[in-house]
Design a protein around this ligand. Structure first.
Ligand SMILES: C[S@@+](CC[C@H](N)C(=O)[O-])C[C@H]1O[C@@H](n2cnc3c(N)ncnc32)[C@H](O)[C@@H]1O
Length: 262
C-alpha cells in the first residue's frame, strides 16, 4: 500500500531501478514527536552535519536545522520527494543550511556526516553497516525501528506512537550507535606492546609494559576506550588519528604516550 502511494507521489517518470528501491523501502514518514526524539537521542547541535538516508519529505533534516541549528543533507531516490523537501526547507527558513539530493543512498559519500539518521529496513541497515563502521569514530547513527544485527546499539528507547501506520506495535524503537574507532591489532611504544581484540564497540586488551602483563576489557565510545568498571588495571586510552594515546590511569605508561600499529 505504501509502495503504491510513494510511486503515485513520485509521478510516472520513475526508472525501473528507482521503482524497485521504492518497492523495497517505501515512503513512510517518521511522526514529529519521534523525529524530535531521534535528534535528541543523537544530541544534535549547531556544530553537526546530519545526513538522512532516504529523506522522504525532508522532515528530519529540516527539523535538525530549524530546532537544533544543524546543517543537513537529505538523500532520496524519488525526485518529487526531493522537490517537496526543498520547498518545505524554504518555507521553514532553513534553505541556506540544508540540501536535498536525488541520489541512491548506497552511492553517496557519507564522510562529512557527524550524525546519520535512517528509517529504512533491517536488511538495508545490514548492507549499510560496513560503510557506517568505516566512518569517523564518534559519528552518531540513529535508526528508527530497525537495528544493525550483531552490532548492538549503545542505547535504545521506545516511544508510544498510537496512530502508527505500519506493524502491529503502536510504538517506535529508536537505536543509537557511536561508530567505534578501529583498534583491533597490535600497538607498540618502544618495548611496550598492546594486543587489542575488538568486536564492534567492545574490546579486550593485553598490555606488556615494564616486564609486567595486564589484561582487561572495556567499551569503545567513539574514539574513547573506556575500561570496564570491574577491570583491575583501568587505563583510559583514546584513538587519535590512527594512534592509541594514553589519557590516564595506566601505571607504567606516562600520560600522552602514543602507541602506533606494529
Ligand atoms: C521509510 S521512508 C523514511 C522517510 C524519512 N527519512 C522519515 O523518516 O520520515 C524511506 C525513504 O527512503 C527512500 N529510499 C528508498 N530506497 C532508497 C535508496 N536506495 N536511496 C535513497 N533513498 C531511498 C524512499 O523513497 C523513502 O522516501
Amino acid at each position: 500500500m505504501f509502495a503504491t502511494a510513494a510511486l503515485l507521489a513520485a509521478g510516472p517518470s520513475l526508472s525501473a531501478e528507482t521503482a524497485a528501491w521504492v518497492e523495497e523501502v517505501p515512503f513512510i514518514t517518521t511522526p514529529d514527536h519521534v523525529t524530535l526524539a531521534m535528534l535528541e537521542l543523537a544530541e544534535v547541535g549547531a556544530a553537526d552535519h546530519l545526513v538522512d538516508l532516504g529523506s522522504g519529505d525532508g522532515r528530519i533534516v529540516i527539523t535538525a536545522a530549524r530546532r537544533f541549528g544543524a546543517s543537513g543533507l537529505g538523500l532520496e531516490i524519488v525526485p518529487d520527494l526531493v522537490a517537496r523537501s526543498e520547498a518545505s526547507a524554504r518555507q521553514a527558513g532553513v534553505a541556506d543550511r540544508v540540501q536535498f539530493r536525488v541520489q541512491d543512498l548506497f552511492e553517496a559519500d557519507l564522510s562529512k556526516a557527524s550524525v546519520i539518521t535512517m528509517y529504512l529496513l533491517p536488511e538495508v541497515n545490514l548492507r549499510l553497516r560496513p560503510r557506517i563502521l568505516a566512518l569517523a569514530p564518534g559519528t552518531r547513527i540513529v535508526s528508527h525501528d530497525w537495528d544493525m544485527g550483531e552490532w548492538e546499539p549503545d542505547r535504545t528507547i521506545t516511544l508510544p506512537v498510537p496512530d502508527k501506520a505500519v506493524g502491529r506495535e503502536k510504538s517506535s524503537r529508536l537505536h543509537l550507535w557511536r561508530v567505534p574507532a578501529p583498534v583491533q591489532g597490535r600497538w607498540c611504544a618502544g618495548p611496550t606492546k598492546l594486543e587489542m581484540t575488538q568486536r564492534f564497540q567492545t574490546y579486550q586488551a593485553r598490555l606488556s609494559v615494564g616486564g609486567r602483563d595486564h589484561a582487561w576489557s572495556g567499551r569503545l565510545q567513539g574514539a574513547a576506550l573506556l575500561p570496564a568498571v570491574d577491570a583491575g588495571y583501568r587505563p583510559r586510552l583514546a584513538w587519535r588519528e590512527g594512534t592509541l594515546q594514553v589519557e590516564a590511569g595506566a601505571p607504567g605508561l606516562p600520560t600522552g604516550t602514543r602507541l602506533t600499529a606494529c
